[in-house]
Write a protein that binds this ligand. Structure first.
Ligand code: FAD
Ligand code: SIN
Length: 519
């Protein structure tokens, strides 16, 4: 640790790190309860995964649906690793959470009967996904939350959670004013996912696993990190890298079918739900077909969907930008990294094992998703758990000791291109033990200590690179230890599920800052 000089300070009862669905929902709830809340966001108001969500929010429908059915679909997708009590608790909270969002001004699409319209996605036994703007659900959720006018410090990145013997005491952050401390007894990690571990992802550039690293450095544990969900249908364009446009599963929910370059179905005979099987099943089927045919994509045939452009305006725009018209052309698609099913271990009110440290949204592991998240359960989780954190944080009032001295840790990182290449080659849809070990070794060989950065963007990139490096190591360790195939973790050298591994793998840091199995 090195002593450092602090250029600005602020005080709060709760610091929220992240301005997506989970962070802003928590910030709003806590503010309504009278807490002084400050939200930090390293990007702008729409630089979130929330902004890009398409399909919608899974919430039990008033007719022809039940909590039981939604729980059952979630648990089935989760392949033996869901926490049944957490699933029930979060699913039960769905309708109230959506009502709160509607009260805030979010507008959802209505059907011809004037009732909220519901679509279907993979793994759901019924049409229960509510949506907005056709395929722009996330943009509407983000708009409504941004419009609540909560205080957010944009362009401010959290670098370290400050703790003492009584738990959390604040956050070290960097902004255009330099390094600063926000003193607070409670901190919420709502930093989103880790899609940038991979060369191709649906996630925005800021999805760099910061919350995973911040939690591990603070002494919390992470679980189920090996379960990275690869979305089956991401628009394929030759040579495309970075954030790729998603073709929502709702497109298949409305009748599109997956075909290969010979025109044959990709999922026939693989699962009773065919193209609407859970995501891991469909991604594996596509990866296998691509391997068999020696291609790098398959196709989505959406030509039979009436009014495609009205129902899916965002997707239509992405296709048109790539020179494709979904009403007449097949859409080339391939799987890409989409969602982190595991994360920082919490209860269903976002509490971690570190007093005063909370996590919610994609960064957290509540037990809702298990080994594979059911489509559209993420916005649901962010809304429900976000609100509960906003209420729970009040329990930390009075637990504050003001930190007087701040030190920074020495971090290490691997060049981002090298890291993404290693993870994409060895830890994608299908993995094996040799590849995972090779990636871990090459990461260790390529690691260098972080250098002193001077501009804000260099400083933020440094935090991100250190976080990506630690998250990659942790994920590879967990994936190597899971010598079976389960949910979205597929091992070609262990193709079956092993009943002895029907439990989560948890990791923490040892005294040298290296990930290790949690005791
Ligand atoms: P995000 O919305 O990603 O917000 C993270 C925030 O943290 C950002 O403000 C970021 O700037 C900030 N941040 C990160 N690190 C730091 C740091 N160090 N310091 C300060 N700030 C930091 N889910 C569904 O349920 N339904 C869908 O239809 C759906 N469609 C999707 C489509 C796409 C293309 C993508 C990418 C995801 C989709 N998902 C969907 C998943 C869902 O959108 C995300 O899981 C969810 O929005 C994550 O919300 P969050 O609040 O956890 O994080
Ligand atoms: C989609 O619209 O296919 C994405 C839904 C999700 O990730 O939950």
């Amino acid at each position: 640790m090195t002593h450092m000089s602090i250029e600005w300070e602020a005080d709060a009862d709760l610091v929220v790190i992240g301005g997506g669905v989970a962070g802003l929902t928590a910030a709003r709830t806590a503010s309504l309860r009278g807490l002084r809340v400050l939200t930090l966001s390293k990007g702008g108001a729409t630089d979130t995964s929330t902004q890009y969500a398409q399909g919608g929010i899974a919430v039990v429908a008033p007719h022809g649906d039940s909590v039981e059915s939604h729980v059952q679909d979630t648990v089935e997708a989760g392949a033996g690793l869901c926490d049944a009590a957490a699933v029930r608790s979060i699913v039960e909270g769905g309708q109230a959470a959506v009502a709160a969002l509607t009260d805030l001004g979010a507008v959802f699409d209505l059907g011809r009967d004037g009732q909220i319209s519901r679509t279907r996605e993979g793994g759901h036994s019924t049409r229960r996904i509510i949506h907005a703007g056709g395929d722009a659900t996330g943009a509407e959720v983000q708009r409504a939350l941004n419009a609540a006018g909560l205080p957010v410090l944009f362009g401010a990145a959290a670098c370290e959670i400050l703790t003492d013997g009584n738990g959390v005491q604040g956050v070290l952050a960097v902004s255009d004013k330099g390094f600063g401390v926000v003193h607070a007894p409670a901190v919420l990690l709502a930093t989103g996912g880790l899609g940038q571990l991979y060369a191709l992802s649906t996630n925005p550039p800021g999805a760099t696993a910061d919350g995973i690293a911040l939690a591990l450095w603070a002494g919390a544990s992470v679980s189920d990190l090996e379960f990275v969900q690869f979305h089956p249908t991401v628009l394929y364009t030759p040579g495309g890298v970075g954030r790729r446009p998603l073709i929502s599963e709702a497109v298949r929910g409305e009748g599109a079918i997956l075909v290969d370059s010979e025109g044959d179905s990709v999922t026939a005979g693989i699962h009773p739900r065919g193209d609407l099987a859970p995501r891991d099943v469909v991604s594996r089927a596509i990866a296998a077909r691509m391997r068999a045919l020696g291609t790098d994509h398959v196709y989505l045939d959406a030509r039979a969907i009436d009014g495609f452009a009205q129902r899916f305006p965002t997707i239509t725009a992405s296709c048109l930008a790539a020179g494709l018209d979904p009403s007449t052309d097949l859409i080339p698609v391939a799987p890409a990294a989409h969602y982190q099913c595991g994360g920082v271990v919490t209860d269903t009110s976002g509490r971690t094992a570190v007093p005063g440290l909370y996590a919610a949204g994609e960064v957290a592991r509540t037990g809702l998703h298990g080994a594979n998240r059911l489509a559209s359960n993420s916005l649901l989780e962010g809304l429900v758990v976000g609100e509960r954190v906003g209420a729970a944080a009040a329990e930390r009032l009075g637990a504050h000791t003001r930190v007087t001295e701040v030190s920074t840790r020495t971090t290490e990182y691997v060049d981002r291109d090298v890291l993404q290449e290693l993870m994409t080659t060895h830890a994608s849809v299908v993995r094996d033990g040799a590849g995972l070990a090779e990636a871990l070794k090459r990461l260790a060989d390529a690691v260098t200590p972080s250098t002193t950065a001077s501009t804000l963007s260099e400083r933020i990139a440094g935090i991100e690179d250190a976080a990506l490096t630690l998250a990659a190591r942790t994920l590879l360790l967990a994936a190597g230890a899971r010598t079976e195939s389960r949910g979205c973790h597929t091992r070609s050298d262990h193709p079956d599920a092993d009943p002895r591994l029907r439990h989560s793998i948890s990791l923490t840091l040892d005294e040298r800052g290296r990930p290790q199995a949690a005791s």
